[in-house]
Design a protein around this ligand. Sequence first.
Ligand code: GH3
Ligand code: MG
Ligand code: MG
Ligand code: MG
Length: 312
Amino acid sequence: FTGTLDASSLLEKIEIFTRTAHYEPIRVLIIDDSRAQATHTERVLNNAGIVTQTLIEPIQAIGVLAEFQPDLIILDMYMPECLGTELAKVIRQHERYVSVPIIYLSAEDDLDKQLDAMGEGGDDFLTKPIKPSHLIATVRTRATRARSLKARIVRDSLTGLYNHTHSLQLLEDARFRARRDNRPLSFAMLDIDHFKQVNDTFGHPMGDRVIKSLALFLKQRLRKTDHIGRYGGEEFAVVLPDTPAEAACKVLNEIRQRFAEIRFPAQPQDLSCTFSCGITELTGDAEVKTLTQQADEALYRAKHGGRNRVER
Ligand code: GH3
Ligand code: MG
Ligand code: MG
Ligand code: MG
């Protein structure tokens, strides 16, 4: 052993590690009919701290995508069930996977065929054998960029909450898991009461402040595992996994009371706001559409029952 321990580079590594430790590791789905090839790719990526899942039968791809939620897909070109390019086309037809990078990894060295494959929904073409450092760097750069773009696409810019579309996708995912694991799931819809009056009396910027405050309030009070979205202008949607309706009502009622106590400094007098809330719980194999309808109906009852209340 001749090397000396370089303390400063070690410290730098620790520093980088602690700085990035709170980030979720990159997730890569490998689709390859050859187990041996896939295992090799997995080993290279796992050694670099990248989480992988391998799929030998491409036919299951869409289900596995929904479940594993990869940041990036590594796709074989030639598989007996279907061509990689055919699979890429199918994946791209799903709106939620349009931005997931697809990298072909194949022994195909015909440039024309490579370019054709890229035209079919692929983002890059890597030829085997590939140097591990090359593969890792490609995966890291593409996955990181895709992730930061996605983070922007799914959020609402005023509040930083999930937007309408993504809220529904999160509800769909949560519904899938709840059914699979036989766990309870609640869904809540909130709507600020008489919000038009807030705007009319105090101005639109004040209305925006109230919306932002409620967003922050929900983030602080709800669980980390709950998903909070801005469903519309002054409407919010909350997905509460592992939560029966009774518990959801309890927590949202507490939030409702506390929110009503907030005084927003304003002229001629301070402003306070309330919201109404409708809650529903997943039963049987109810679809997302049923859940949103039920929550909306409960919200309607809360409004007509006098507002500033939670109904289920
Ligand atoms: P209700 O208690 O029945 O919900 O009454 P409401 O006045 O809140 O209901 P309505 O849906 O009639 O009005 C919602 C208002 O929210 C209308 C719209 O001008 C306002 N609004 C929607 N989005 C925004 C926004 O981003 N900022 C502000 N300041 N106001 C918004
Ligand atoms: Mg193959
Ligand atoms: Mg409304
Ligand atoms: Mg309203």
